[in-house]
Design a protein around this ligand. Sequence first.
Ligand SMILES: Cc1cc2nc3c(=O)[nH]c(=O)nc-3n(C[C@H](O)[C@H](O)[C@H](O)COP(=O)(O)OP(=O)(O)OC[C@H]3O[C@@H](n4cnc5c(N)ncnc54)[C@H](O)[C@@H]3O)c2cc1C
Length: 168
Amino acid sequence: MMFRDMRRKRQALPQQEITDILRRGTSGVLALWGDNGYPYAVPISYVYDGGKIYFHSAKSGHKIDAIQRAAKASFCVIDKDLIVPAEYTTYFRSVIAFGQIRVIEDDGEKRAAIQKLAIKYAPKDTAANRDTAINREWKPLCMLEMTIDHVTGKEAIELARERQKSNH
Ligand SMILES: Cc1cc2nc3c(=O)[nH]c(=O)nc-3n(C[C@H](O)[C@H](O)[C@H](O)COP(=O)(O)OP(=O)(O)OC[C@H]3O[C@@H](n4cnc5c(N)ncnc54)[C@H](O)[C@@H]3O)c2cc1C
């Protein structure tokens, strides 16, 4: 068994919704093989380009050490967490991707990746301003690329019922 099936299949999100969530999310939690057997789950900004997920990072630290120890990671984005006290539940929606991370070494690839990230978070900036900001941070900047091996999305049963109704 490489990747598990979702036990509650009715709550699984369609591929298009997964893609939309990865595009509209502004952060996620990256889970890595940390120190001394402890998983390291670290919040991080990201950009999804329809294929891969890109992150920016410093060149040293717990996160980079963990990635160098093991490329395999999982990344979780929470899209919705609407608490419904009267029902003792949350109407949630989230995505989990499993994949492998590499440090981008090539300068051209590194620039393309940081540009994607910059455009996602500052879409209205001019290309000139963006380049200035990128050049300013260039040296200490490390770009990471996650190739997705498996991705699923899940939502609360109440939201799944709504979706099934609206599909009919
Ligand atoms: C919404 C959000 C978006 C972020 N976006 C980015 C991003 O795009 N790129 C990026 O590099 N960083 C981002 N950060 C910061 C990120 O979570 C890490 O703090 C940072 O990347 C340093 O990680 P490190 O493992 O190198 O730190 P280190 O200093 O090596 O970590 C050492 C220890 O510090 C503690 N620690 C580190 N980070 C955190 C944290 N966030 N909260 C609590 N304790 C912590 C942990 O105990 C960790 O073991 C973001 C944080 C948030 C909340």
